[in-house]
Design a protein. Structure first.
Length: 751
């Protein structure tokens, strides 16, 4: 008995990508094979405006919006979907390594069948974590080649009992001579070589062009058709530089009459016509670790001879005389393979017949039947009653509900120079100008979000401000700048200098923009030496946080490692000189950004394998947590109106947003490292201070503007929404969202 309601999740036509085409074809094929089942789809959007989808699409997910994944899970649960079929590719989901998908999979209550379009033999830490969660959350896993199943078993310890090998589906194209289709393209009498798909450097097309002079010498009537638009993501980054380079290469090799570039995303109907006109299909891909190629499957199943490099899918599909494999990046061997077919028409015909016969197992009706079998197995493995999900929706079982990302106020506070320091209510205060501190915070926020959005357009502005702030003569950062772009000092404070280094460390370690990352490295390394002479413990801590981020990408940089060692020793010495059992702290006064001192030693001690430094960080943070919690259980940071002196009275007001943000950040790092729920609860407690769980029961975060009040006074919230406070909330929110999908980033102590 087939499932009554089947949902498919992936891209969907008219989005232009291979996953969208596959999801569409699979959904339609299953709907045809099981007419009494209700099949519908959820579409992943890579742009805010989405696409004009057909009625089959019942819900949409904005790939970078974490909350939309949870809403989609609610939709699937409430609609009693009996099987969810997910098309997985790391690049189509938001979050590190596509981890946003896990938010949906953790909440859906129906069996899940996941098709893995990429299976990595050597994943990084984030990819491994996501894949292991996918294995755990999926009732069955579909791969399209035996190699994929082998990797899942060997690399991820996947049980063989939940794996299904189902080939990539293809349309059922009759076996026919190429000459019948050539006329409509004006290619009569030509020998047609074809490569198609979204264009990008990994396709290796330049090696075919290098091979063509030898091929043309022996077969002057050869034409090589490169069919397909440039990949949209590549187009956004680099424009048509790759295609133009290929065109110039063809001209340099005197091949202008033998190469046709058709720069279009063609319909399935048109594609079938192009395939029909093809004599030999070429896939000169450069990467062995490609487990699936929809283009290869379609041409192979149409009965075309294929010359391909030996990536995993090609190696399986073209075995036993069903095609020809040639080495990677080897134009001479490509020419040899193509000419072997063109010189021997009988060999070409035999290969075509073998490919077409093998392809009958890959046509969509056959593939749909296999998927329906997988769906039935998934249901048998996990009997799921309708509506059972709602009974489990207690607060304890649901993920923490965070506010949606809203950056209106951050954008409003920024002009072409940088972000303004202060605001009068929610209006930027031009009179107070700008500061390095806040532009550093804004740059950190951009890198934490690492998703398309309003701040991406401003990231360059914040980095440009930090660049201008550094005085190359002294290697020191200036801090305050007037609205007229005049620096108001020759040298900023130690703390502002260190905050700039912290931001640049984040840019060095996390930025996906190569130019931003390189400039961050340059400025970080230029500004690091002066810290040797600093005396501020917070400047040491801020710098250590920047060093930690920098070392995520450059773990062996000796000068940076030495600076970390020096600053850790300084903080440990301060602790040894000051701390007692009753006052486990680094100074005789607890003032501002207190949790950053603890956080710096937790991360640096962990990274260095220094248990003493790590232990001090944990002990001091636990003291802060107890000190900043009321009897009622809510977070109460040390007030800035007097702070807290050893053996003296503690100031309860004015409470500052940066204190809550620092506590959120430090506790989340402690939680990730220890796995202790105590720390995640402390982070949540500190975050809720912004939302009204505080001494006055009033929210500092303004959901209408996206800004945050400048502090909590004894009788009121400070209604001005300055940059420091608003960025404190937004950074805390970004870190809380990251905590929903922890990515291993910390080295372990030797056992």
């Amino acid at each position: 008995m087939f499932p009554g309601k089947i949902a498919f999740l992936g891209g969907y036509d008219p989005r232009r990508c291979g996953i969208a085409t596959f999801t569409t074809d699979l959904c339609e094929a299953v709907a045809t094979a099981a007419p009494h089942s209700h099949c519908f789809a959820g579409a992943l959007n890579d742009r805010m405006e989405g696409y004009k989808y057909p009625p089959r699409v019942r819900f949409e997910i904005l790939e970078k919006d974490l909350d939309s994944y949870r809403r989609a899970a609610d939709f699937l649960n409430f609609n009693n979907v009996e099987v969810l079929c997910v098309q997985h590719e790391f690049g189509i989901f938001g979050g590190p390594a596509g981890s946003h998908l896990l938010a949906l999979l953790k909440e859906v209550r129906m069996p899940v069948v996941t098709t893995l379009h990429t299976v990595l033999e050597n994943p990084d830490a984030a990819q491994r974590m996501v894949m292991e969660e996918l294995l755990r959350r999926s009732d069955r896993l579909v791969v399209m080649a035996e190699k994929g199943a082998d990797i899942l078993k060997e690399t991820y310890n996947a049980p063989d009992s939940k794996l299904d090998v189902i080939p990539h589906g293809i349309p059922d194209i009759p076996f026919a001579k190429a000459d019948l289709s050539k006329a409509q393209f004006g290619l009569e009498g030509k020998l047609v070589l074809l490569t198609f798909g979204l264009l990008g450097p990994g396709k290796g097309i330049e090696h075919v062009i290098e091979a063509l002079p030898e091929i043309v010498k022996r077969h002057p009537n050869v034409v090589y058709v490169v069919l397909g638009a440039t990949h949209p993501h590549l187009m956004a980054r680099e424009g048509e530089s790759y295609r133009l380079g290929l065109e110039r290469l063809a001209e340099d090799r005197n091949l202008k009459e033998h190469v046709i570039f058709y720069n279009r995303f063609v319909s399935q109907e048109d594609l079938i016509e192009f395939i029909g006109a093809t004599d030999i299909y070429l896939t000169p891909y450069l990467n062995e670790a490609q487990i699936t190629s929809g283009t290869l499957a379609q041409v192979f199943g149409a009965g075309k001879a294929v010359v391909s490099t030996p990536y995993w899918h090609a190696r399986e599909l073209l075995a036993d005389g069903r095609g020809m494999l040639v080495p990677f990046r080897n134009p001479q061997e490509i020419a040899r393979g193509v000419c072997a077919y063109l010189d021997d028409p009988e060999l070409l015909e035999r290969t075509r017949i073998q490919a077409w016969k093998a392809g009958r197992k890959m046509i969509w009706p056959a593939v749909a039947a296999r998927y329906l079998e997988s769906f039935q197995h998934a249901q048998e493995d996990r009997k799921s009653l309708p509506r059972e999900s709602f009974g489990g929706w207690t607060l304890g079982s649901r993920p923490y509900n965070l506010p949606p990302l809203r950056l209106d106020h951050i954008v409003r506070m920024t002009d072409g120079t940088g972000i303004f320091q202060h605001a009068t209510f929610n209006v930027p205060n031009f009179h107070e100008g700008y500061c390095t501190d806040d532009n550093a915070r804004a740059f950190i926020l951009c890198n934490l979000l690492s998703e398309p959005g309003p701040l991406d357009e401003l990231e360059t502005t914040y980095l440009a401000f930090l660049t201008a702030a550094l005085d190359h003569r002294t290697a020191r950062f200036r801090n305050f700048m007037s609205h007229g772009r005049q620096w108001l000092e020759t040298c900023g404070s130690e703390d502002s200098h260190a905050r700039a280094l912290w931001a640049l460390g984040v840019g060095s370690g996390r930025s996906a923009n190569v130019g931003h990352q390189r400039l961050s490295v340059y400025l970080f390394e230029l500004g690091l030496p002066p810290v040797d002479d600093f005396v501020s413990p917070r400047a040491w801590a801020f710098t250590l946080l920047g060093i930690h981020e920098y070392l995520l990408r450059y773990p062996g940089k000796e000068k940076v490692l030495a600076a970390r060692e020096t600053l850790v020793r300084k903080l440990v010495t301060r602790w040894n000189d000051c701390a007692t059992e009753d006052w486990p702290w680094f100074e005789n006064e607890a003032t501002y950004d207190n949790a950053r001192l603890s956080q710096a030693l937790i991360l640096s001690g962990r990274g260095m394998g220094d248990e003493t430094a790590y232990g001090i960080g944990m002990k001091s943070l636990r003291w802060l947590a107890s000190l900043q919690k009321t009897q009622a259980g809510h977070f109460r940071p040390i007030g800035s109106d007097g702070f807290y002196t050893k053996d003296g009275a503690r100031a309860d007001f004015d409470q500052q947003p940066v204190e809550a943000q620092a506590m959120v950040s430090a506790c989340l790092d402690a939680s990730r490292i220890t796995g202790d729920d105590f720390w995640s609860n402390e982070a949540k407690n500190a975050f809720e201070w912004f939302l009204g769980r505080n001494d006055l029961g009033q929210a500092l975060y303004d959901s209408a503007t996206g800004g945050c009040g400048d502090g909590l006074h004894e009788t009121r919230v400070n209604a001005n929404q300055g940059a420091e406070s608003s960025l404190a909330f937004q950074i805390a929110l970004a870190e809380m969202n990251h905590a929903a999908h922890p990515i291993p980033r910390f080295p372990q102590f030797p056992s």
